[in-house]
Design a protein around this ligand. Structure first.
Ligand code: HEM
Length: 427
């Protein structure tokens, strides 16, 4: 195929993670050269006008070349919904992120599988997060949330991400896995390592990632060997070890599913917790509304998850030649559903850039996806945030953000490395 600018399947002019993108005005750049998967747009929080221009002028956009090769960006709410629910046309295999898997370290996980294997494996672990199980977890989560909040300094600066968001989500994960509580920091590390880009702070190389993830596999294999010899229980490892669709998994499939459950339950909820504090500061009128009416907490939680969109996109791969919003997508093309853009689509949400805790249609946000892969742990995440805010309002007058948040350099996980805050006690 000839390599011309007019041919959307050709490659030229890469901007391999060009850091200067943060100083550019997207309206001065040729739209054909857009590469919105550049992590610098996310670490600098300058992504918004780039996606706005795509929604307005080229809502299904082809990036001819990037560090990850060519890919399509789907940026409008309705088009994202169409891709996410058309499982026969768009596959979740081989990967749900834009980068390709390492040939010699192919992790297999049910989020990146199609039917029927996906449905069989999801059904095995789903009982750990069902409503009846959540009722058992609720008092445990509340007790741990109280413990963490009561240990915080009043009137002194600290990093909310480290002391609260990471600590609480890691405790929850240790509960879901029945993982040794004293070793729970390892879960945080494995979560951070899984999607980190080498050379951008967390790991230096893919080799280091592989080494650390094999340590994760060794730890979880030991737990599998214990659980398989015990009566079946409700935790993730016991469910996988005793489940008929998962008993025969090979080691990399077991590791892949463990990492899915670790990352799924960790980064996402952690970054929503941090965003919830940031938002109460950016929008003080909304915080006043919340304090005046605590019944708004569940809606505020949903609005935070919409506003933050902790997973910026999910990738699909076209199974056949198809058409989307007038664009011809070829079999094998990578298609990124940018939830972060769909959640700011003016045609679905009024004033989408604003944080409005009593927004009426907020529960139709895209942050949990739609279709057969819709987030399995959405109720766990929402419950953790609801309890956190019930307990915060009980204790503190406000949580003051006293510096700029430090954002994670990733275009997949929209998150925070640090948020400096000072707590003010209730008068
Ligand atoms: C605010 C919190 C969370 C957000 C924003 C979130 C987001 C997502 C998204 C976008 C997907 C993919 C949807 C798709 O492809 O259509 C997903 C899938 C998944 N999530 Fe979550 N998640 C959150 C919390 C959790 C928690 C707490 C857990 C586990 C305890 C979890 C476990 C999973 C699993 C296992 C999948 C794969 C489902 C499948 O492929 O069938 N998530 N999540």
């Amino acid at each position: 195929m000839p390599e011309t600018a007019a041919d959307p399947h050709s490659t030229n002019s890469a901007d391999y993670h060009d850091p200067t993108v943060v100083d550019k005005d997207p309206y001065d750049v040729d739209i054909a050269d857009f590469n919105v998967a550049n992590p610098h747009l996310f670490s600098s929080d300058t992504l918004w006008p780039w996606f706005k221009r795509l929604r307005e002028e080229d809502p299904v956009h082809y990036c001819r070349n990037s560090m990850f090769g060519p890919y399509w960006s789907v940026t409008r709410y309705q088009d994202i919904m169409e891709v996410d629910t058309s499982h026969d046309i768009y596959s979740s295999e081989p990967s749900i992120t834009v980068g390709d898997l390492q040939e010699d370290f192919k992790l297999s996980t049910f989020i990146a599988m199609d039917r029927p294997r996906h449905d069989e494996q999801r059904a095995v672990v789903n009982p750990a997060v069902r409503a009846e199980q959540l009722r058992i977890f609720e008092p445990i989560i509340r007790e741990r949330t109280r413990e963490v909040l009561d240990s915080l300094p009043i009137g002194e600066e600290f990093n909310w991400v480290e002391k609260v968001s990471i600590e609480l989500t890691t405790r929850m994960l240790a509960t879901l896995f029945d993982f040794p509580f004293e070793d729970r920091a390892k879960l945080t590390r494995w979560s951070d390592v899984t999607f980190a880009i080498p050379g951008m702070g967390v790991i230096d190389s893919d080799e280091q990632r592989r080494k650390e993830l094999l340590e994760c596999l060794a730890a979880f294999t030991e737990l599998w060997n214990q659980r398989i010899n015990e009566e079946p229980k409700g935790d993730f490892i016991s469910l996988l070890a005793h489940g008929s669709a998962t008993q025969e998994m090979d080691p990399l499939e077991y590791l892949g599913n463990i990492l899915l459950l670790i990352v799924g339950g960790n980064d996402t909820t952690r970054n929503s917790m941090t965003a919830s504090v940031l938002c109460q500061n950016l929008y003080p009128d909304q915080f006043r509304k919340l304090k005046a009416n605590q019944k708004l907490i569940p809606n505020m939680v949903s609005e935070t998850i919409r506003w933050q969109t902790p997973l910026a996109y999910m990738r699909r791969t076209a199974k056949e030649d198809t058409t989307l919003a007038g664009k011809e997508i070829k079999k094998g093309d990578k298609v990124l559903m940018w939830y972060v853009s769909g959640n700011r689509d003016e045609s679905h949400f009024d004033n989408p850039d604003d944080y409005i805790i009593d927004r009426v249609n907020v529960r139709s946000h895209l942050s949990f996806g739609f279709g057969i892969h819709r987030c399995m742990g959405n109720r766990v995440g929402e419950m953790q945030l609801r309890i956190l805010w019930e307990e915060i309002l009980e204790r503190f007058d406000s949580i003051e953000v006293v510096g700029e948040p430090e954002r994670v350099p990733s275009s997949f996980i929209r998150g925070y490395a640090a948020l400096p805050v000072v707590l003010h006690a209730r008068k």
